[in-house]
Design a binder for this molecule. Structure first.
Ligand SMILES: [Zn+2]
Ligand SMILES: [Zn+2]
Length: 261
């Protein structure tokens, strides 16, 4: 029996702006089939959104037994992606079941190592691949007052702390899909470059970037609002309207400027 303090947790979704560069021997990139998928967060925004370079996308969901997200969350994630990307040859979801990964809670380095060992889909030809790990352990950054729900940490890589999501919804399992979907959509928004992650926002100076919470949106109802991730807020949304926050028009305009829909 695991005791988690819930409902009062200040929960945040985090982003990692720069990769650890442990594979920073870029001269060898031409020979490394994984190099395309080992760049900094936000650098593949245009590649993910437009059909200029990549005509299709493969999204790999990786999880240990008992940590597969709800089917409705997967469906909602698909809808979210399809609504934004121009991929004439389609978006394919692949699921890979792995064993429980040891040494939880995980540092982001450990999350990267899990990816190295278990990711099977890499960008090849005109298909761009995205990796999503549904973690069987929490983030090592969690404290008694805050937990991390998800992190976008590389150009095509993100983690959802599924075990944490399951724990904080133990009393209200009907809210789990809203938490899963919000985390998936919000972190993919960071892969799309939101907000102003590579400082190439079409809005001058990233004028809808929240300067108190960088790389997030100032519009309160927006998916990319930093508090879109506050558990109390998500749960209130879930109870009242049972829906995940959408992107506001400014964020959508940024995506369209990079070839999205
Ligand atoms: Zn965020
Ligand atoms: Zn926004």
């Amino acid at each position: 029996m695991i005791n988690v303090p819930h409902k009062i947790l200040l929960v945040f979704l985090s982003i990692i702006l720069f990769t650890g560069c442990k594979d920073d021997d870029s001269d060898n990139n031409a020979d490394d089939p994984k190099a395309e998928n080992r760049r900094s967060l936000g650098t593949s925004a245009e590649e993910l959104l437009s059909d200029d370079t990549f005509k299709s996308m493969t999204v790999e969901l990786v999880y240990a037994p008992n940590y597969r997200p709800k089917q409705e969350s997967i469906d909602s994630f698909k809808d979210f992606i399809l609504a934004r990307v121009n991929k004439p040859d389609g978006v394919t979801f692949i699921e890979t079941e792995i064993s429980n990964q040891p040494n939880a809670p995980f540092t982001i380095e450990e999350i990267r190592n899990i990816e190295d060992l278990n990711r099977t889909q890499y960008t090849v030809g005109d298909d761009i691949a995205v990796y999503v790990f549904f973690s069987n352990g929490s983030s090592e950054n969690d404290t008694s007052t805050s937990v991390t729900l998800g992190t976008a940490y590389q150009n095509t890589s993100m983690v959802v702390y599924e075990r944490t999501l399951q724990q904080i919804t133990l009393d209200e399992p009907e809210i789990l899909p809203i938490l899963e979907s919000t985390t998936l959509h919000h972190e993919f928004g960071h892969l799309f470059g939101l907000v102003n992650i590579q400082e190439d926002d079409i809005h001058p100076g990233g004028d809808h970037e929240d300067l108190d919470h960088l790389k997030h949106c100032i519009i309160e109802d927006c998916l990319m609002y930093f508090e879109a991730n506050n558990v109390t807020r998500i749960m209130e949304r879930a109870r009242s309207r049972a829906q995940v926050a959408d992107l506001d028009p400014l964020c959508i305009a940024d995506l369209q400027a990079k070839g999205g829909k």
